[in-house]
Design a protein around this ligand. Structure first.
Ligand SMILES: [Zn+2]
Length: 140
């Protein structure tokens, strides 16, 4: 795992508090537009009256890139897939894509958000995982 440590501050406390409980929060303005979690203004109407609301957790793969780690000794360099997903609510979100065979990735495939910790004492960080959200019903 290569999810890095993330620091919590006043602006992100609610986001990481929910992440620790397995919920991914988005910002929503009074008019109902969704913006990414770090937005200070609505990306649609520029309202600054934003509330945190839980996202469904599903996304569609838009694009991705592979980052190679520096080789150490004779071990294989670690490869990290970074993906842009369009969340079910509309905003785009950048994150690591874990558990994916990069050769089989296709634009438009279903992803969902799960949470990973770099270490037990670190914040839970949202990452993309291939496949539909578990919250969507059907077989688990
Ligand atoms: Zn708005």
């Amino acid at each position: 795992m290569t999810v890095g440590p993330v620091a919590r501050d006043e602006a992100t406390a609610e986001f990481f508090g929910a992440a620790a409980a397995g919920r991914f929060l988005l910002r929503r303005c009074a008019a109902g537009h969704f913006s990414e979690p770090s937005a200070q203004q609505c990306t649609t109407c520029a309202s600054t009256d934003l509330a945190f609301v839980p996202a469904a957790g599903g996304a569609t793969l838009i694009s991705w890139t592979v980052v190679w780690g520096r080789p150490s000794g004779d071990t294989e360099p670690e490869r990290t897939v970074l993906a842009i997903g369009e969340l079910d609510e509309g905003p785009w979100w950048w994150s690591q894509l874990v558990g994916a065979d990069q050769a089989s990735l296709v634009v438009g495939q279903q992803l969902h958000i799960e949470f990973r910790r770099a270490a037990e004492e670190q914040e839970a960080v949202p990452v993309f995982v291939p496949g539909a959200s578990r919250g969507g019903g059907g077989h688990g």
